[in-house]
Design a protein around this ligand. Structure first.
Ligand SMILES: NC(=O)C1=CN([C@@H]2O[C@H](COP(=O)(O)OP(=O)(O)OC[C@H]3O[C@@H](n4cnc5c(N)ncnc54)[C@H](O)[C@@H]3O)[C@@H](O)[C@H]2O)C=CC1
Ligand SMILES: CC(=O)C(=O)O
Ligand SMILES: [K+]
Ligand SMILES: [Mn+2]
Length: 352
């Protein structure tokens, strides 16, 4: 029996609604497989935890999470209780950084059964490789003075190591796909880090002669994802650009509620973390209508990572079948609840 030990953090808002559903699907997968079981340990880290304890996770939280084969997370953030920069940096970004999850992989593709808002989505299928450890999301900077003289300085950090690592990951991924990498740049406006980014992209590209490359400025690239998303295979982007592009990717799939993501640790010292692209969706919390597909597809990425690619593929097939059969939450034009969609996915898995 192959046992997988998963640290579960439902987090805030709809994270708490979609997580138990995704866990049910994983259990259905285990049942189908027969030789596989999941053991979960759930952690209450969230904004409510912060109100009670004055911190987003326990002092030994990372020590505990470290022991799992993977961390499965819902969403973090409840701006009515805790400012977002405190909650995200205290939990989500803390785990990404401390566990050296240096790459964030975010696929976007036209799914069967969902109407893309694009008139002509042409079966787009791309993956954004987002640098996940530095870039624009940095603590370097500060604020001085108050009032009319106030100054805020926010520095971006681009290391050769971090930049090159993200690019190599993107090129290696492209070799398994359609051998095309697009780099998201902005070297016409950001005069230090982005010319550096371009240089590293060119030099890494020389090691991958069989992979085609193109550099697009981020503004144009964002528009191209709307006008010709089918032209992209792998896109490599800095932390902020990747964050924004993947919400666009989610939007053209039909909803941010379906988009999956994986925070990958490459050195094997810490577990990777799997969490959907969406946040805690305060506007729909408590209604039972959060789309569980993002969290469940994220579970598929976790299965892939743990060496169960065949099961992962089956799961994605079943998700698409269920969408095609009309089991859809309101964000993608249906009237099913979170639980109804999940139940259908679990039932169909068990019938395989
Ligand atoms: N990785 C994470 O944990 C992230 C956390 N956040 C946090 O989440 C909170 C809300 O942020 P927003 O900017 O509103 O982004 P959001 O992703 O939570 O919501 C944006 C829009 O998408 C909808 N949506 C999101 N997930 C959905 C789902 N599963 N099914 C159906 N509709 C869904 C929401 O209802 C909302 O209209 C903030 O505290 C923010 O900091 C935001 C993004 C990522
Ligand atoms: C924080 C956030 O929006 C993200 O990682 O996608
Ligand atoms: K999330
Ligand atoms: Mn985001």
């Amino acid at each position: 029996m192959k046992k997988m030990n998963i640290g579960v953090i439902p987090g805030d808002g709809v994270g708490k609604e979609v997580m138990p559903e995704a866990v049910k699907v994983l259990d259905a997968i285990a049942e189908v497989h027969g030789g596989l079981s999941f053991e979960y340990k759930s952690y209450p880290y969230s904004c409510e935890y912060y109100l009670e304890h004055g911190k987003m996770m326990a002092d030994d939280g990372l020590e505990q999470l470290k022991n799992h084969d993977a961390v499965f997370l819902g969403a973090v953030g409840n701006p009515q209780l805790v400012p977002d920069h405190i909650s995200l940096w205290g939990l989500l970004i803390a785990i990404r950084r401390e566990f050296e999850q240096v790459i964030n992989v975010r696929p976007a593709k036209q799914l069967r059964g969902i109407q893309s808002p694009l008139a002509n989505p042409k079966g787009f299928d791309f993956v954004v490789v987002r640098e996940n450890s530095e870039g624009e999301y940095s603590e370097v900077g500060g604020r001085i003075h108050r009032g009319a003289d106030e100054v805020a300085i926010q520095n971006a950090v681009f290391t050769r190591k971090g930049t090159e690592r993200a690019m190599r990951f993107a090129f290696d991924l492209a070799k398994e796909r359609n051998s095309h990498v697009t780099s998201a740049t902005k070297s016409n406006g950001i005069v230090h880090s982005m010319p550096f980014w371009d240089e590293v992209f060119r030099s890494v590209g020389e090691d991958y002669q069989d992979v085609d490359t193109v550099s697009n400025h981020i503004d144009a690239l964002a528009a191209f994802l709307i006008t010709r998303p089918e032209a992209f295979d792998v896109i490599v982007a800095s932390n902020l650009f990747g964050d924004i592009l993947t919400d666009v990717g989610a939007a053209i799939m039909g909803s941010i509620g379906v988009a999956p993501a994986a925070n990958i640790n490459l050195n094997g010292k810490f577990p990777s973390m799997f969490e959907p692209v969406h946040g805690s969706a305060p506007d729909i919390v408590g209604k039972g209508i959060a789309n569980p597909v993002g969290q469940i597809w994220t579970g598929k990425m976790m299965l892939d990572h743990l060496g169960e690619q065949e099961l992962g593929q089956k799961l994605l097939d079943v998700i698409e079948e269920v969408l095609e059969a009309g089991y859809k939450t309101p964000d993608i034009g249906g009237n099913a609840t979170t639980k109804e969609v999940t139940e259908e996915i679990a039932q169909r898995l068990k019938a395989l």
